[in-house]
Write a protein that binds this ligand. Structure first.
Ligand SMILES: NC(=O)c1ccc[n+]([C@@H]2O[C@H](COP(=O)([O-])OP(=O)(O)OC[C@H]3O[C@@H](n4cnc5c(N)ncnc54)[C@H](O)[C@@H]3O)[C@@H](O)[C@H]2O)c1
Length: 305
């Protein structure tokens, strides 16, 4: 099959591109590298079945030839980065998603959209199932991303009402692994950088807030299984093992053998207190669940770091 991956040069997109190439597919990655490094694709950019188109999806993308599948992963994803570029983030997930719908429709291709656990906001329901509607501040510092993704989901739904679009949505929970940008402010890379440099490890709030961390190889396996799902389906993809931020800091300190101190800073506005995916639907319908434990995944990530 020939896949077009919007955001195919990013952290998740590049691992996905590489995996699809290994499976014998063709991949066209469309990326403007606004939140990632071109190094991500270095290992396979010369592959005969790989092409990269350096373009902002907001400018429109014209691709010659047939496309079987559009995977829409383009979006700044780290809070630090999207809060520096709120309008671009919002537009990429709304106007950009509409452009991806039109492209898939014109090519008679299926579409998969990478949404996020952030659509649940600071959840009042725990763990989060796909039918939970969320608790999101529409006018907060993170709304460009959270509401952008919610509007992106609504765009697929609305477009497909009047057009013959075959789509599915995955809501990705915190994923980590090699190729994450070292300084983009995401918690795993922040702690690793600080621990390795002997700097204080900064925990926001008292550190009792929880997150679930999915290793990239597990996520990519889940994404590939989701591509085969029925039209209109929504799946949570993430690791349901829940850890406090304090636990993560301690684990990274241990694994790096660092003597950094753990220090606490004020919790940013609208930072969710609990996050844990209910993945029973993905287990039941896709036969997918993550296999990599946190220590194993962190060790692999540290090696690449
Ligand atoms: N990593 C996670 O934990 C996580 C969690 C939930 C959802 N997601 C979603 O998965 C997708 C990929 O995230 P990631 O972690 O790989 O982030 P990333 O920043 O590494 O990748 C995103 C890629 O999209 C590209 N991009 C952004 N806007 C673009 C535009 N307008 N035109 C063309 N390219 C553009 C960036 O340059 C980058 O290469 C995003 O949609 C993100 O919202 C990620």
């Amino acid at each position: 099959m020939r896949f077009l991956i919007a955001g195919g040069g990013g952290f998740i997109g590049s691992h996905l591109s590489e995996k699809l190439l290994k499976k014998g597919h063709k991949v066209v990655a469309v990326d403007n590298f606004c939140s990632s490094s071109r190094k991500n694709i270095e290992g396979f950019k010369e592959h005969e079945n790989f092409n990269v188109v350096e373009e902002d999806i907001l400018n429109g993308v014209s691709i010659e030839g047939e496309i079987d599948y559009v995977l829409h992963f383009a979006s700044r994803a780290s809070p630090k980065n999207y809060q520096e570029h709120p309008l671009h983030t919002l537009r990429t997930n709304t106007e950009g998603t509409l452009k991806m719908c039109r492209l898939a429709d014109n090519k008679n291709a299926k579409l998969l959209y990478a949404s996020t656990s952030e659509v649940y906001g600071d959840p009042e329901k725990h763990p989060q199932t796909e039918d939970y509607w969320g608790n999101v501040n529409p006018h907060g510092p993170r709304s460009c991303y959270d509401e952008g993704k919610r509007a992106g989901e609504a765009t697929l739904r609305s477009y497909s009402e009047k057009n013959n679009l075959d789509y599915r949505i995955i809501r990705i929970f915190n994923t980590y692994g090699p190729r994450m940008m070292k300084n983009d402010g995401r918690v795993v890379t922040n702690f690793m950088r600080q621990a390795k440099n002997g700097k204080p490890i900064t925990v926001y709030g008292d550190g009792t807030q929880t997150r679930s961390f999915c290793y990239i190889e597990d996520l990519v396996a889940g994404i590939i299984k989701s591509t085969e799902s029925e039209n209109g389906k929504v799946y949570n993809l993430g690791n349901p093992e829940e850890h406090t931020i304090n636990e993560l800091a301690e684990k990274i300190k241990d694994l790096t053998g660092s003597d950094s101190q753990i220090v606490h800073r004020e919790l940013p506005q609208d930072d969710p207190l609990r996050r844990k995916p209910d993945i029973s639907k993905a287990k039941r319908e896709l036969g997918w669940e993550p296999e990599t434990g946190l220590s194993e995944g962190l060790e692999k990530t540290l090696k690449a770091f």
